[in-house]
Design a protein around this ligand. Structure first.
Ligand code: ADP
Ligand code: MG
Length: 256
């Protein structure tokens, strides 16, 4: 393969990523690539290491061994101050939305922009309205997080993550705890943002449903190793025993 091409087309490249906590291995030489401008769904069971993996992509965790490249740049040996401009390229939506409960939705969404830029108030206000519009929360600007539904919290968290115009978005279990209708709304939003903002999107989940609704590429993580990386069609056609088992379990769930 032409490594120069790979570098240009892949936003994240992860090579031999190893991570243990208190001597217990979690990631065991994980290797994969995340193409630019596409949505990659990283599937795996509970405890497979998905959240740990995601936190390596923006340098929140440091690998024991192996390398993470972001937009062609290695994170290895980078100090916190050097990670700041790299992290600015990457938005992250944590499982609980991580909103500040004492601030309104609009104040929450404005927060990262105020921290990172010297934009005038009026410009920040118009960026906030535009971003809330994007996630369908224009009417909830003055609402306090405690009064939001689960789906609205997710959307507010998402607005806060994208207001700084990141090039990539990391989503940790974006549909967990949502009913199927809200989960579908979030899935449509992930795809719309990818298309409108050309976002490189990484969606970590144990929900097979997101493969059908948002994925361009699928990665399957099992016990800290990538055992499959390919297109949705390749994933559906795969006869790997563990994938057959996973898909089978999902179908029997759907019947109940
Ligand atoms: N900060 C941490 N300190 C110690 N162990 C951790 C930490 N974060 C995750 N782990 C462990 O790593 C393993 C994988 O966790 P995680 O990535 O959260 O799984 P999941 O695939 O469900 O997201 C679990 O055994 C978890 O207990
Ligand atoms: Mg997790």
């Amino acid at each position: 393969m032409n490594s120069h091409l790979t570098e240009q087309n892949d936003f994240f490249v992860v090579e031999g990523l190893t991570k243990a906590f208190h001597g217990k291995p979690v990631l065991k030489g994980t290797t994969f690539t995340i193409p630019r401008g596409k949505t990659t769904v990283i599937l795996g069971g509970s405890g497979a290491g998905k959240s740990v993996l995601l936190k390596h992509l923006n340098g929140l965790f440091t690998p024991d061994a192996g390398t993470v490249f972001v937009d062609g740049e290695s994170l290895a040996g980078k100090h916190e101050s050097e990670l700041v401009p790299i992290r600015r390229k990457i938005g992250i939506l944590f499982q609980n939305g991580a909103l500040f409960d004492s601030m309104s939705v609009a104040e929450n969404v404005a927060f990262p922009l105020k921290e990172q830029s010297k934009l005038p108030h009026s410009e920040i206000a118009s960026r906030v309205s535009e971003t809330l519009e994007h996630v369908g929360l224009a009417d909830a600007a003055e609402t306090m997080p405690g009064d939001l539904s689960g789906g609205m919290r997710k959307r507010a968290g998402l607005a806060r993550a994208i207001i700084t115009h990141p090039e990539a978005m990391l989503y940790d279990e974006p549909t967990a705890g949502l009913d199927p209708i809200l989960a579908t709304t979030i899935a449509k939003l992930i795809t719309r943002l990818k298309e409108e903002l050309s976002l490189t999107s990484v969606v970590v989940t144990h929900h097979l449903g997101l493969v059908r609704t948002v994925a361009d590429q699928v990665i399957f993580l099992s016990e800290g190793s990538v055992i499959f990386q390919g297109s949705v069609d390749e994933f559906n056609a795969s006869r790997l025993p563990i994938l057959l088992e996973y898909r089978g379990a999902d179908e029997s769930l759907a019947e109940n």
